[in-house]
Design a protein around this ligand. Structure first.
Ligand code: ADP
Ligand code: MG
Length: 344
């Protein structure tokens, strides 16, 4: 349905998209997940024909976005990072205008707009000026213009950015609804959003595709060797015997010990959970468990590992701190850079 082959986009020396190849099949909800600056918007702008690539190709239903832009664009509805809304139009006027732009015949415009408003639940707002709508409703109007000509593919760039929690839930609900009869690609820098809504996740970092899988597989593939940390009363050798008698344990390491308590860590096989059996067996031997925590690698860990964004954020924080300690001119420059995107 969408095929991207060796896509590259350079801005001067900066490579925003770096040899990206991926395929999108019909009927699923896909997520582009990556930290700010990863290249998500650039990729979406290329797929939708808004900007050209430096090299590589994009095929939409077999149509090359460069050589057959009309056919390719017909298949896609796009909600860019900044929705192209006309603030002084009413919702209805704006959508009729969009229908015209998208080449919907005059006789069908009214019904197309009606359907788009119904699907995005903005019927009640049809007579309102767009500038008077809340951010959540503006986003719905943006969604309505994206789906107005019933494209099989809908591409949404950070659709929940800047919305309050209630609006976020409503937009996610809407995306799930759209996903029932459209192929949806959305981008986000928020892990929970992507794992909650998407069937398949592409993790993008520094313009490269670093992972492509279902949210479940992404976290399952990396929860190997979860660690059970235990504090208990008892004899080391007796504890060792109990742990080794349980299935799914790899190793036990004693980390701390005094005359009252002993701390140990048990490395577990993927998916194994010995907490119940361990606590029962220890109790039977009169060795009470005082504390126990199971540390599993979360999707969060996977994401941070793959994108290195934890490091990046820490660096940014350090830079900011330094800037605030320095003179005010420098401070202004750096805060502006950091905020530029959010505010736009
Ligand atoms: P994301 O959407 O994942 O936050 P972008 O695609 O917006 O990332 O940006 C990827 C990289 O390309 C960033 O380093 C950004 O600064 C750079 N970039 C994006 N658009 C432009 C542009 N028009 N001119 C120069 N650099 C750009
Ligand atoms: Mg972006």
């Amino acid at each position: 349905m969408i095929e991207i082959n060796h896509l590259v986009k350079k801005y001067g020396d900066n490579t925003a998209v770096d040899d990206l190849s991926l395929k999108v099949e019909p009927g699923k909800i896909y997520g582009f997940l990556g930290p700010n600056g990863a290249g998500k918007s650039t990729t979406m702008n290329i797929i939708t024909g808004y900007i050209g690539a430096t090299s590589g190709e994009v095929l939409i239903d077999g149509h090359n976005i460069l050589s057959e832009p009309e056919a390719a664009k017909k298949a896609i509805g796009y909600l860019p990072e900044l929705p192209p809304l006309y603030m002084d139009m009413t919702v209805y006027e704006y959508l009729i205008f969009c229908a015209e732009l998208k080449g919907i015949p005059k006789a069908e415009r009214e019904s197309s707009v009606g359907r788009a408003m119904w699907m995005t639940k903005i019927d009640d707002m049809r007579g309102r000026l767009i500038k008077n709508l809340s951010k959540g409703y503006k986003q719905r109007v943006g969604l309505a213009q994206a789906i107005i000509n019933m494209p099989p593919i809908i591409i949404l760039d950070e659709p929940t950015v800047g919305l309050d929690p209630k609006q976020i839930i409503e937009i996610r609900e809407l995306i799930r609804e759209l996903g029932k009869d459209h192929t949806v690609i959305l981008s986000s820098h928020i892990l929970s959003e992507v794992s909650e809504v998407c069937d398949h996740v592409f993790i993008i970092s520094h313009g490269k595709l670093v992972a492509s899988d279902s949210p479940e597989n992404l976290s399952a593939g990396l929860d190997e060797g979860s660690l059970l940390k235990v504090k208990a009363k008892g004899e080391k050798s007796a504890i060792e015997n109990i742990v080794n008698s349980l299935e799914g344990t790899k190793s036990v390491v004693f980390t701390d010990e005094n005359d009252k308590e002993v701390c140990f860590e048990v490395e577990l096989d993927k998916g194994a959970d010995i907490r119940e059996d361990l606590s029962i067996k220890m109790a039977l031997e009169k060795m009470p468990v005082l504390e126990m925590t199971l540390e599993q690698k979360s999707l969060e860990d996977v994401f941070l590992e793959l994108t290195g964004s934890g490091e990046q954020l820490a660096l940014e924080a350090a830079e900011l701190e330094e800037a605030f300690a320095g003179d005010s001119e420098e401070t202004e420059e750096i805060t502006e850079d950091a905020d530029g995107k959010e505010e736009a």
